[in-house]
Design a protein around this ligand. Structure first.
Ligand SMILES: Cc1cc2nc3c(=O)[nH]c(=O)nc-3n(C[C@H](O)[C@H](O)[C@H](O)COP(=O)(O)OP(=O)(O)OC[C@H]3O[C@@H](n4cnc5c(N)ncnc54)[C@H](O)[C@@H]3O)c2cc1C
Length: 386
């Protein structure tokens, strides 16, 4: 007979989304099981740049509207999780500076500032000299800069591990295995119900509710749900810079980029500074390439000549879960009484992890959520062109 586990909620995927969903469910008295085919945080959640910004990817208005709530939850997690698990996840509130080195860049910066102002976020305009004065790391010939007050950074591997550990302390469990489908009753009505999930080894995990949080692999669930899940992988590479010793000058304390070139230099409270990140579509290939590393370093050196003397401590590549329309899929799956999707956060899943986990936990526990995730409904995947 098949080995069977049971839980209140079955969560497929042990990345930031699955682990924070588990954590918030335990806070509401539910006991979930997280099923992970590899290891907790083995996907992009473990090797992201850990920069909490809503502006790195698509700037989708429905996502941006959720950004302040997610930032508030991040601050709350930073204040509470280390006390529960003993894991410091390196959260640091810090400004971020976008720089322009040409007139075209100045226009782009102005447009960015105007868009943010329309969303209610004021960013400070800086002359080239003022931008230069903000960090000894900026050595380029800057024409203008735009300072954003708070785009925090953290270590997303530690946050994901800490969320899972806090969930386990609250009664969650983890099961290792690859999910291959949903368990359904022999006769389903118009609205289908999942009794749980099937694993590759023939075992089952049964539960009242199923949450699919498989990141870029969520597309596989379309066949299980009989509903489109237009999420695809996009590879991103990061170069890690060892902290300079005192002779080489100060640590990188804040984040910065050149708006004309994209990419980012991001200081961390724990561990290495980061040069982020490349983008290419090569399926599920997670290997690093010299081409991506060189391009990242060349772009970063346009902003800071310190890059030329920095010690490279490593490089990593991982996969963003890219949704077809630039907006995550968060909510109940149409046609199912108890199946939820939480995926497609593209390059901003760490930033939006808390609001996603909290919203799904509220929906499951209470039937409603205080967060406006209606525009993120998976129902649109069946109706809008993708
Ligand atoms: C280079 C790079 C830099 C980034 N930087 C940032 C940043 O600075 N800020 C930010 O907010 N975001 C950033 N992101 C995006 C962010 O990392 C992702 O959006 C986020 O990690 C996605 O989390 P997830 O839990 O949805 O997916 P994942 O972390 O991919 O986790 C999904 C998990 O599901 C498991 N799984 C898949 N299929 C199955 C199955 N069938 N059965 C069991 N388990 C399964 C996988 O093994 C995996 O562990 C970055 C991404 C990249 C690539």
């Amino acid at each position: 007979m098949a080995n069977t586990n049971t839980a209140d909620v079955v969560i497929v995927g042990g990345g930031i989304i699955g682990c924070l969903t588990a954590y918030y469910l335990t806070r509401r008295g539910l006991k979930p099981i997280v099923i992970e085919s590899d290891a907790i945080a083995s996907g992009a959640s473990g090797t992201s740049a850990g920069w909490l910004t809503p502006y790195s990817h698509t700037c989708d208005p429905a996502m941006i509207a959720l950004s302040p709530a997610s930032l508030r939850l991040h601050a709350e997690l930073a204040a509470t999780l280390p006390g529960i698990t003993g894991i410091d996840h390196g959260y640091r509130e810090a400004p971020y500076i976008r720089c322009a080195i040409s007139n075209d860049g100045v226009l782009e910066l102005r447009e960015f500032q105007t868009q943010r102002a329309a969303e209610g976020v004021e960013m400070e305009w800086l002359s080239g000299e003022e931008a230069l004065a903000l960090s000894p790391w900026i050595t380029a010939d800057i024409v203008a800069g735009l300072r954003s007050d708070n785009e925090p950074t953290l270590d997303s591997y530690r946050l994901t591990m800490s969320a899972m550990q806090a969930a386990e302390i609250g009664g969650a469990r983890m099961v290792t295995g690859k999910v291959t489908g949903l368990i359904e009753p022999d006769e389903s009505g118009a609205t289908r119900t999942a009794f749980g999930v099937l694993l590759e080894d023939g075992s089952e995990v049964r539960g009242d509710t199923v949450v699919l949080a498989m990141g870029p692999w969520c597309g596989e669930a379309a066949a299980w749900l009989d509903h489109p899940v237009p999420v695809t992988p996009q590879r991103g590479q990061i170069v890690h810079l060892a902290p300079p010793d005192e002779r080489d000058g100060p640590q990188l304390e804040i984040g910065m980029n050149i708006i004309e070139h994209g990419g980012s230099l991001i200081g961390k409270r724990l561990g290495d500074a980061i040069v982020a990140a490349s983008r290419d579509s090569v399926g599920f290939d997670r290997s690093t390439t010299n081409e991506a590393r060189n391009e990242l370093l060349i772009n970063a050196a346009r902003l800071s000549d310190r890059i030329n003397n920095a010690q490279i401590s490593g490089q990593t590549a991982c996969l963003r879960p890219i949704s077809a329309d630039g907006r995550a899929y968060v909510g109940q799956v149409p046609g199912w009484s108890n199946a939820y999707l939480a995926t497609g956060h593209s390059g901003e899943g760490i930033h939006y992890g808390p609001v996603t986990g909290a919203a799904i936990a509220e929906l499951i526990a209470d039937g409603v959520t205080q967060y406006d995730i209606a525009p993120l409904s998976p129902a649109r995947a069946g109706t809008t062109p993708v």
